[in-house]
Write a protein that binds this ligand. Structure first.
Ligand code: ADP
Ligand code: ASP
Ligand code: MG
Length: 411
């Protein structure tokens, strides 16, 4: 007997037919004698629809009320899966985030502070199946909270850690983690194994197959995590500590390419050249909880003004501009320019540590296609560039080929 968390994403839950199929997968695990908790997403497209309603209601909206709206999608699918399982003769029941509870630190992008598993232990003692809405928690004030887009993955991993599960299976609409988004590059290759470290980096730069925080949590608890398809019964990708052994010694230096369209570029024109100017810009953004990512500052000639360019999540752009307008006169920059038609491309691989030239290859490959680079950042196992959004598909494809990742390259 094992203790398992099964998580099903939006496409897997999109409609009663799909939910019936999910129920059959849950039934199969339960009938093997396993203790099963199921975490579900809202139906595909539902969270987007709900977020759009909030945007239409007001351009800058209250995060507490946003949570009330967007948490509803997962409530619907939890109930529907429980009803479906009951209809198949199984002892299944749904428990909302507040009923366990799943305690969240705050609104809209809340962090999970803890999960009480007493209710679940009682369910398992009675040989039952628990269905839990992903994405959802409750604040210390008892208000509904959500965990950020894609947060159901994190709900699933946190739940698995809290109930000391033997593994956490993330069922989605692709059959594993690929060298890049297989919907953009048909030649993308499925990876049997990926390290936590690489997956963490890939997710953080846009490989949305797993929410970044879910990978961080799994890594911390050394929780066996698996990505697999709810549509096809084939082996998925295991996320592991380390990849050892002959078969993997010749792995590519670059493991995968990811892209992220959810960044917006902000340029502050005419920033005075004096100590404290940059701090006065980023201080208010940090206070407003806005994550600044890539940063480029031009070095001015003595006494002249410079431009400061950086990226923020597109969803935070309106808040960012509001915060910057507030300090514009004091800091002394003259203009705030914004651009949402940009994409961040990244190449990730632990092999980069011992290999030079990965960044140079990226720049040369993009230059060959006449693609202009707007900003660059690097870390030990990653190189990222910001480019105009219209080149996304082309750039991902040519980099995938340049780094030797195409499926047909495999001997
Ligand atoms: P779910 O609704 O199941 O949570 P998501 O849409 O959040 O599913 O994540 C699955 C999607 O992630 C896939 O359909 C695929 O387009 C995308 N994706 C991006 N990068 C990768 C990658 N490297 N490997 C696999 N899928 C990826
Ligand atoms: N439904 C939420 C979203 O679309 C959470 C999730 O599916 O992971 O972001
Ligand atoms: Mg997802």
């Amino acid at each position: 007997m094992a203790r398992i968390v099964m998580k099903f994403g939006g496409t897997s839950m999109a409609g009663i037919e799909r939910i019936r199929h999910v129920a059959s997968l849950v039934k199969r695990e339960a009938e093997r004698g396993n203790e099963v908790a199921v975490v579900v997403s809202a139906m595909a497209g539902e969270t987007d629809r709900l977020v759009q309603f909030c945007r239409e209601a007001a351009s800058v909206y209250d995060p507490r009320e946003y949570d009330v709206v967007v948490a509803s999608g997962e409530q619907v699918t939890s109930g529907l899966l429980a009803i479906t399982l009951q209809g198949m003769g199984l002892n299944a029941r749904s428990y909302m985030g507040w009923q366990l509870p799943i305690r969240a630190s705050g609104h809209a992008t809340g962090l999970i502070e803890g999960i009480d598993v007493a209710v679940l232990e009682r369910v398992f003692d009675a040989a039952g199946i628990a269905i839990i809405p992903g994405f959802q928690g409750v604040t210390i004030d008892g208000a509904l909270a959500t965990l950020g887009r894609g947060g159901s993955d994190t709900s699933a991993v946190a739940l698995a850690a809290a109930m000391k599960a033997d593994r956490c299976d993330i069922y989605t609409d692709v059959d594993g983690v690929y060298t890049t988004d297989p919907r953009i590059v048909p030649k993308a290759r499925k990876l049997d194994l990926v390290t936590y470290e690489e997956m963490l980096e890939l997710a953080s730069v846009g490989a949305k197959v797993l929410q970044t925080r879910s990978v961080g949590l799994a890594m911390r608890y050394r929780l066996p995590l698996q990505v697999l398809s709810s549509f096809e019964d084939v082996p998925g990708t295991m996320i592991v500590d380390d990849i050892l052994g002959e078969a993997h010694m010749e792995r590519n230096v670059v493991t995968g390419i990811a892209h992220d369209r959810n960044e917006a570029r902000v340029t502050l024109v005419g920033l005075p050249d004096r100590p404290g100017a940059v701090a006065a810009v980023f201080g208010p953004l940090a206070e407003a909880n806005i994550n600044v990512d890539m940063i480029v500052q031009s070095v001015p000639r003595a006494g002249e003004k410079s431009d400061l360019t950086f990226t923020v999540p597109t969803a935070s752009l309106a808040h960012s501009v509001a915060a910057l307008e507030g300090v514009k006169a004091d800091v002394g920059f003259t203009e705030i320019l914004t651009d949402t038609n940009v994409v961040k491309l990244s190449a990730v691989g632990v092999g980069m540590r011992s290999n030079a030239g990965i960044a140079a290859k990226m720049f040369a490959t993009l230059a060959d296609r006449n693609i202009n680079i707007l900003a660059i950042t690097t870390s030990e196992i990653k190189v990222s560039v910001l480019i105009p959004e219209e080149y996304t598909e082309l750039a991902v494809r040519v980099l995938h080929t340049a780094y030797g990742l195409d499926a047909e390259d495999e001997a």
